[in-house]
Design a protein. Structure first.
Length: 555
């Protein structure tokens, strides 16, 4: 009887010991929930992508057209509307109790959940159920995914499309009809998320497979391609046809300017690529998936590669090649590369030399423990002024922040800290514990930063106070507000927080409005335009470079 009571008490006091008895799938699901939730809620939309993305969502929520993505009253044809429609539906369903922008981020949870699920399915098909959860753990541990997977951005829906398409690709040889259907569905979701990139990459990957091995030089591969073509057709047709029927010029702008024009550099849209951009980005962006994948391929070279591993290599090379020749480049675009690397890394986990795994485990434990302690110390200094000099330096960066203790944030951080301590205490020994402790450490430090320090970070990124100040300075009567150099995210936040719409330049000429709002990023740009008198100037606290200036046109 006493032994039973002691066992019951031990299980109650040590819930992580109870979790150790759970299945790997359940533990990975718990890890995914703990990883995905921090950073989604409790802050305004942030630059550079969340602001304009939420502006498109807000337009749909307010009853605007879902066929034509619209930003602050003007068509914004950069991307198809799948993610924005999903976010608008979830925002409508869950706001209240959540703030509208917080509820919209649930779309990211949905698409990240789909991504993780299909990566698990792919790993199960390639390596068996016992190893499948490691692919998800590696994916969640990728440095480049952490921040982007908590943002309101359409690239997460694109990532889901790639994950689904990749699942179909690895079934090309054994189950061509089913695999083709999944490939087409994934390419279609990717198309409706961000245009032609996903269909192009997945199609090139499917066509490249017969060049690598006779495994795919069969009639079954033709069946696979035909099934994929049939599966993608509805995705390729329904929205483009509706858009073309509604407005051929907008269809042309989306198709030619924002797909081919961006990719080949035929216009001035998007950031320009450097030939070494991806070589500089990939090593840190894909860590630890890349070194684990390289080790798995190197150590398994003599055994030979399975058709599934060849599929992953082909997909990775095609994706990297397409991204490398694109004239438009950002680190965000490398997200699809994480999928094949996370899957290729699975055999490398068990093949790690014991000394390497043990050393990496110890480094992770010490390093993340120091980070956890540092975040707690920063919070204590920020909220309680101990020491006061550190508090002053922190408030210098974000002077708009007012220290305010939050029980919810504090208790959540305590839970995550206990989770970290419990993981160190009860994580079973083995070669896999190094990647598990890495991903858990990344999860916990992110969670602490997004609970204890979220208010401080948000104070330096939100436009809420700027818009409120501008709103108060507006005269009682005016016809319209012309906008000069106003960013897309800023236009969206002006409308969301203040109901202010700016009329942008058309063909190089400024709208003839009573008021003119200018966004500047250097003191040299702050001189008053001709025939305009200054009314107001403002900006985010602590940001001296970015300023907004309001002028009234002289009669």
């Amino acid at each position: 009887m006493r032994q039973r009571r002691r066992l019951s008490l031990k299980i109650v006091l040590h819930p992580i010991a109870l979790l150790r008895r759970a299945s790997p799938e359940l533990l990975t699901s718990v890890l995914f929930v703990a990883w995905i939730l921090p950073g989604l809620f409790g802050h305004d939309p942030w630059k550079p992508d969340e602001g304009y993305g939420f502006g498109l969502v807000n337009h749909i929520v307010q009853g605007g057209s879902w066929v034509v993505p619209t930003l602050a009253g003007e068509p914004f044809m950069e991307k198809p509307p799948l993610y924005y429609l999903t976010a608008a539906a979830l925002a409508t369903a869950f706001s209240p109790p959540l703030a509208l922008h917080d509820a919209a981020r649930l779309a990211t949870v949905l698409y990240m959940g789909l991504t993780a699920f299909f990566i698990w399915l792919s790993a199960r098909a390639l390596f068996g159920r016992a190893q499948a959860h490691f692919a998800v753990i590696v994916l969640l541990g990728c440095v480049g995914l952490l921040v982007h997977a908590h943002q309101l951005i359409t690239d997460i829906a694109l990532l889901s499309g790639f994950a689904i398409g990749l699942y179909g690709l690895i079934h090309a040889a054994q189950r061509p009809t089913v695999g083709g259907a999944w490939l087409g569905a994934g390419a279609g979701i990717g198309f409706m998320a961000k245009g032609l990139l996903a269909p192009g990459v997945l199609a090139l990957s499917a066509l490249a497979l017969p060049l690598t091995s006779k495994t795919w030089r069969t009639r079954r591969h033709l069946v696979f391609i035909a099934a994929a073509a049939l599966s993608i057709c509805p995705w390729l047709l329904w929205w483009p046809l509706m858009l073309h029927q509604l407005s051929p010029p907008l269809f042309s702008e989306w198709m030619w300017d924002n797909n081919f024009g961006r990719f080949f550099g035929l216009n001035n849209l998007g950031p320009r690529a450097d030939t070494l951009d991806h070589l500089r980005t990939i090593p840190w962006f894909t860590f630890p998936a890349l070194p684990l994948a390289v080790w798995a391929l190197w150590s398994g070279y003599r055994r030979g590669y399975t058709p599934g591993q060849v599929c992953l290599l082909v997909f990775f090379c095609v994706t990297l090649g397409v991204l490398s020749i694109s004239h438009d480049a950002r680190e965000l675009y490398a997200l699809p590369l994480l999928l094949p690397l996370a899957l290729l890394a699975v055999p490398g986990i068990e093949r790690l030399p014991a000394a390497v795994g043990s050393g990496w485990y110890r480094i992770n434990v010490v390093g993340f423990t120091v980070l956890v302690a540092t975040i707690w110390a920063t919070w204590i200094a920020l909220e309680f002024g101990v020491p006061a000099t550190v508090q002053q330096k922190l408030l210098t960066f974000n002077p708009g922040y007012i220290p305010a203790f939050s029980w919810i944030a504090f208790l959540t951080a305590v839970v995550y800290t206990a989770l970290w301590a419990g993981t160190i205490r009860w994580l079973a020994a083995g070669r896999a514990r190094s990647i598990i402790i890495w991903t858990m450490g990344l999860c916990v430090t992110w969670a602490l930063a997004m609970t204890l320090l979220l208010g401080w970070v948000d104070a330096g990124k939100t436009y809420r106070s700027v818009v409120a100040s501008l709103r108060a300075a507006l005269p009682g009567h005016y016809d319209c507000i012309a906008g000069l150099n106003i960013g897309e995210s800023e236009r969206a936040m002006l409308e969301y927080f203040g109901g202010i719409r700016t009329v942008t330049e058309k063909n190089g000429s400024r709208a003839d409005c009573t008021l003119l709002l200018v966004q500047t990023r250097s003191p040299a740009e702050r001189s008053a335009p001709e025939n305009h008198n200054p009314l107001w100037e403002g900006g985010r606290p602590g940001n001296a470079r970015e300023r907004f200036l309001l002028y009234r046109r002289t009669p």
